[in-house]
Design a protein around this ligand. Structure first.
Ligand SMILES: Cc1cc2nc3c(=O)[nH]c(=O)nc-3n(C[C@H](O)[C@H](O)[C@H](O)COP(=O)(O)O)c2cc1C
Length: 162
């Protein structure tokens, strides 16, 4: 089973959890990078409105993968415009399983997960599960057990820690 783990991270917290999850899944995480930076207000408004912003070239043809995992911070209750852009660019993804990991400050994860679920279903993907992490717990290294159980759900087998 070939798994693609993609993530966007501005300040590094989502990069940290995406990296740990990717290690548990034995894959190399792929970073979504903005083509250019914009003002904080623009970032927040675009996230709130579910809009996209340009990203650098990244693997978007999913023909050779079986399972997609997207890790994203929560912005304005939803996700950064770069994540929306990535999803809109994905091709040959119909019928494939997908999972999401959302990472955030203080909100509940439900709205961002629903947003991603809707976007991924529109692409014809099978939404199979989600998990979440709070920034303070990421900083305190308190989310590893949850990542292990998420990796086991994705892989369908126990993670063996060496
Ligand atoms: C534009 C913007 C909007 C945000 N909106 C929310 C929000 O609605 N709810 C929340 O809990 N955190 C929000 N945050 C905080 C981030 O989700 C949090 O800092 C996260 O850890 C950032 O991940 P990163 O370090 O991978 O960039 C927002 C951050 C930014 C920059």
């Amino acid at each position: 089973m070939k798994i693609l783990c993609v993530y966007y991270s501005w300040k590094g917290h989502t990069a940290k959890v995406a990296g740990q999850l990717a290690d548990l899944l034995h894959v190399t995480p792929v970073r979504i990078e903005p083509a250019h930076e914009s003002a904080m207000f623009v970032k927040a408004m675009k996230a709130l409105l579910g809009m996209s912003s340009p990203i650098k070239p990244v693997k978007e043809d999913l023909s050779d993968i079986d399972v997609l995992v997207i890790a994203s911070p929560v912005w304005a209750g939803k996700v950064p415009p770069y994540v929306n852009e990535y999803i809109s660019r994905m091709s040959t993804c119909e019928g494939k399983r997908c999972y999401v990991l959302v990472e955030m400050g203080g909100s509940e994860p439900g709205k961002a997960v629903s947003h991603l679920k809707g976007c991924l279903r529109k692409k014809g993907m099978m939404f199979a599960g989600s998990t979440w992490a709070r920034e303070k717990d990421v900083d305190a290294d308190m989310v590893y057990d949850r990542l292990i159980s998420f990796a086991e759900t994705i892989n369908g087998k126990k993670v063996v820690l060496l």
